[in-house]
Design a binder for this molecule. Structure first.
Ligand SMILES: NC(=O)c1ccc[n+]([C@@H]2O[C@H](COP(=O)([O-])OP(=O)(O)OC[C@H]3O[C@@H](n4cnc5c(N)ncnc54)[C@H](O)[C@@H]3O)[C@@H](O)[C@H]2O)c1
Length: 258
């Protein structure tokens, strides 16, 4: 589970533990220069591990940047050594920043694409050999977004990266289908996490009523809860979804209907 210090990643780790999984959790544990809100901390990652253990499951936790292929490989090795095997990957870590496509700095573009797309690919590349070696099939869930299937003014780098996640997932689903490893995306709308509620995002929505309207849920809720997404993640990883691969599942309270 990447990006597990808080937010959706924490909720998914706890939900998977409740469903019977031992869990390896990782997070960056520090801020990034172009991201206009604080990211998860090392202390929060420790809290996630304690919450997993409180469900009666084993947990290993590690400070890992998903842009660091070597660190991801070490975590996979440690996971197999400590927990016995690896049969689920949830590639959830992500960041956002804001600006029109022509005003974004290269640093903003690179940080969002490196974490949200290349980091997802690196996470898959690290995990898949261990999943294949297990020989028991498996499930990969990539956290995409409603921005995987629609444009978002002021967030073109984020939308480009999240569209890319869908292309990666669909291609990987084909490559791994013969091995009974399924690859799917969850596509949340606005979720009640520090990313979803950060001040810069609120300011952008106030300045751009058309953007705010396009992000408004159809159901009478302001935001989706992390646990709503976790329920889909657990289902996609379960045998109940054994025929489901290559899909993009919106968890958006009907936002995409607009
Ligand atoms: N919150 C929303 O409204 C929303 C909507 C759609 C999709 N998403 C996606 O959901 C996922 C989870 O986000 P969230 O809402 O829980 O936000 P969040 O900011 O609460 O959690 C994201 C976590 O990822 C970690 N992270 C960031 N960069 C990392 C890196 N390089 N390596 C490892 N960990 C890193 C952060 O430290 C943080 O703990 C992200 O992929 C995000 O793009 C969020």
């Amino acid at each position: 589970m990447t990006g597990a210090a808080r937010g959706q990643g924490r909720a998914h780790a706890v939900a998977l533990a409740r469903a019977g999984a031992d869990v390896a959790v990782c997070d960056l544990g520090r801020t990034l220069p172009t991201v206009p809100y604080a990211l998860g901390s090392v202390a929060e990652l420790g809290e996630t591990a304690a919450l997993v253990q409180a469900e009666g499951r084993r947990c290993i936790s590690s400070v890992v940047d998903v842009r660091d292929a070597g660190a991801l490989a070490e975590l996979v090795e440690e996971t197999v050594a400590e927990l016995g095997r690896l049969d689920i990957l949830v590639a959830n870590a992500g960041v956002i920043s804001y600006g029109t496509a022509w005003e974004l700095s290269e640093a903003q573009w690179d940080e969002v694409v490196d974490v949200n797309l290349t980091g997802v690919w690196k996470s898959c590349r690290a995990a898949v050999p261990a999943m294949l070696a297990g020989g028991e099939g498996g499930a990969i869930v990539i956290t995409a977004s409603t921005a995987s299937v629609k444009g978002l003014a002021g967030m073109s780098h984020y939308a480009a990266a999240k569209h890319g996640c869908v292309g990666l997932a669909r291609s990987l689903a084909l490559e791994l289908a013969p091995h009974r490893i399924r690859v799917n995306c969850v596509a949340p709308g606005g979720v009640r996490t520090p990313m979803g509620t950060n001040t810069a995002m609120q300011q952008l929505l106030e300045q751009d009523p058309a953007l705010a309207a396009s992000l408004t849920a159809a159901l009478p809720v302001d935001l989706v809860e992390p646990e709503d997404v976790s329920a889909a993640v657990v289902w996609l990883c379960s045998d109940a979804a054994r025929q489901v691969t290559g899909t993009v599942l919106p968890l958006d309270a009907g936002t995409l209907l607009r």
